[in-house]
Design a protein. Structure first.
Length: 586
């Protein structure tokens, strides 16, 4: 029962009792007066003893009627309230017994609103009308029974992103990369010291940290995503002697907003050229960059992480998705990822590091975005997802390159690169998936981990795109708490040769006498496992992983007496703790 109603009823009963007591006392006083006056001499108005008794009885009868009427009223109110609240009579008695010990925010002054009308079945007491339900789960009332997998700040949810890695890796060739990632184009030959040495390292550089922010504002779902690893370049020279300090490196930093069928993304993300597992989503879990431990992934993968903006159009139920992306371009002539750089004309060697990106030679004055870029790269992609077991995508890219003469007359030269990509991901069974992807291009070698150049420069300063192809095929299968995978992949870079200004010296890429870093092909076979040792939605997960990688490369030119090719074997063992955290369902 409502504490206010109980207090009012008890007050009414108390008043009735006091009134009854007052009437009895008044009658008793009248009786005493009558008794004493009988001994006195008669006066003008004498009240006989019989009259006094009659008056006393009449007063008592009237008081009794009032008490009974009050009791009946209280009983009716009590029954009405018990039907409304479902309270039992025993609970009511216990509540009355505990009065004075119950803390309540209900005012003690009774409401002047009429009491609720008795209903045929129990009904709830009138409540304030609830606020309109929000479509944003981050604004809903917390669920005490739900696992706390995200933080709430204002009207957004924040989930941690990251894991802590310890990786041990061994290579039978000393590629001198200084990192746990493979530089696919730099496997040393047996006729150099590195080809006769092996290397073994521990590393925590693949550990990651970041956060994801989700919210919904007036029907627009937005995501902010941030991710760092620790594979940055340090200027310290004593990292292996007295200090294992490593440097954070920005991987991803973007914001995405979607309303209805239109989506917009801006920031640094995986290039839209990277194959997807699902739709055209930029979330790492919806991308295909393999399951390997190698932080440079696998040969043949089309990818990079770079700034850009994109707009996406989603069909019904996201079964068809189309995207346009504008991303950072680069005038790349080789030298990154272990691949060989092109040979420039003697008179135009000054282009390296000033107008074109030759990442291999670190003594050049180049740096991040130090070279001019004519235009950003334009990417289009169409994805089909008729079911959760099938994903098909096709895409295209266009890149522009331009250089200027190093002296008057100030002539200019330009060329265009372009490529087509495809990808397919099929669930053959519930736990077995097959995937394949590839690219066919002229001038897009940069997107193959930089293992090949985009273009060469001829003696007259004109530019010519270098052909680049790639392929991947493989499987992923889940067996209980173990993920098994295997991939076969590779790159191919075409020959593009010209003559220097003297008319006799070859320049470009893949010419006779070129260095063995100018690769014709790079192929890889890799397989591994990822076993979940323990997981709990409140505390995270611990995984044990292993990978074996066989990598071979073949150059365009092999000097007399030199090995025709080289290969290495790499083994990774990784122990990982993954942070707990996931987003509510929007």
């Amino acid at each position: 029962m409502n504490p206010t109603i109980k207090c009012v009823s008890r007050t009414a009963l108390l008043i009735a009792s006091l009134l009854a007591g007052t009437g009895i006392l008044a009658a008793a006083d009248d009786a005493d007066v009558g008794a004493s006056s009988s001994a006195m001499p008669a006066v003008s108005q004498v009240v006989t003893q019989d009259d006094q008794i009659a008056r006393l009885k009449a007063a008592l009868a009237e008081q009794q009627k009032q008490i009974e009427a009050l009791q009946q009223s209280i009983a009716a109110e009590q029954a009405l309230l018990e039907r409304a609240t479902g309270a039992s009579a025993s609970a009511t008695r216990s509540n009355f017994a505990g009065i004075g010990q119950v803390a309540s925010t209900t005012p003690l002054i009774p409401s002047i609103a009429p009491l609720p009308v008795a209903a045929a079945r129990p009904v709830a007491l009138p409540q304030a009308a609830p606020a309109a339900a929000s479509k944003n789960p981050c604004e809903a009332a917390p669920d005490a029974n739900a696992v706390p997998s995200y933080l709430r700040l204002g009207s957004v949810c924040i989930a941690p992103v990251g894991f802590m890695d310890l990786t041990a890796f061994w290579r039978d060739k000393a590629a001198a990369t200084g990192t746990l990632g493979s530089n696919f184009g730099s496997v040393p030959y047996n006729n150099v010291p590195g080809g006769n040495l092996s290397e073994y390292h521990f590393s925590v550089q693949n550990s990651r940290i970041g956060f994801r922010v989700d919210g919904d504002w007036k029907g627009t779902h937005f995501i902010g995503y941030n991710e760092f690893d620790f594979n940055g370049t340090s200027g310290a020279t004593n990292m292996a002697v007295t200090n294992g300090a490593i440097v954070p490196r920005l991987r991803l930093f973007w914001i995405d907003a979607r309303k209805s069928s239109i989506e917009f993304l801006g920031g640094q993300s995986w290039s839209m050229l990277t194959p997807n597992r699902k739709g055209l989503s930029a979330l790492p879990g919806d991308l295909f960059y393999s399951q390997v431990i190698d932080i440079n992934y696998i040969a043949g993968l089309t990818w990079t992480r770079q700034p850009g903006v994109r707009i996406l159009f989603h069909g019904p139920k996201d079964k068809i998705n189309f995207g346009l992306s504008v991303e950072q371009g680069d005038q790349y002539i080789g030298g990154s990822g272990g691949g060989g750089a092109v040979t420039l004309p003697t008179a135009l060697a000054g282009l390296a590091g000033t107008q074109v990106d030759q990442a291999q030679n670190i003594s050049l004055p180049g740096g991040y975005l130090n070279q001019p870029v004519l235009a950003p790269d334009f990417i289009a992609k169409l994805a089909f997802d008729p079911s959760s077991r099938f994903h098909l995508e096709i895409g295209g890219i266009v890149s522009s390159f331009k250089t200027a003469a190093l002296a008057a007359p100030w002539t200019h030269h330009s060329t265009t690169g372009a490529g087509l990509t495809f990808g397919v991901n099929v669930g053959l069974t519930k736990n077995l998936r097959w995937m394949a992807s590839g690219m066919y291009s002229d001038g897009e070698g940069r997107y193959l981990f930089g293992a090949g150049p985009d273009f060469v420069v001829r003696a007259d300063g004109s530019l010519s795109a270098v052909h680049a192809d790639s392929y991947i095929t493989g499987f992923e299968q889940t067996v209980r708490n173990i993920l098994l995978y295997g991939y076969f992949s590779g790159d191919y870079f075409g020959r593009n040769v010209a003559l220097d200004a003297n008319g006799t010296s070859p320049i470009g890429y893949g010419y006779k006498g070129s260095p063995n870093s100018q690769n014709r092909s790079i192929n890889e076979i890799t397989f591994g496992f990822n076993q979940t040792l323990w997981k709990n939605p409140r505390y995270g997960a611990i995984n044990l992983m292993g990978q074996y990688e066989w990598l071979e490369r073949a150059p365009w030119f092999v000097a007399p007496g030199a090995p025709k090719g080289t290969h290495d074997n790499t083994v990774y063992i990784n122990l990982r703790y993954t942070l707990p955290g996931s987003m509510p369902n929007f």
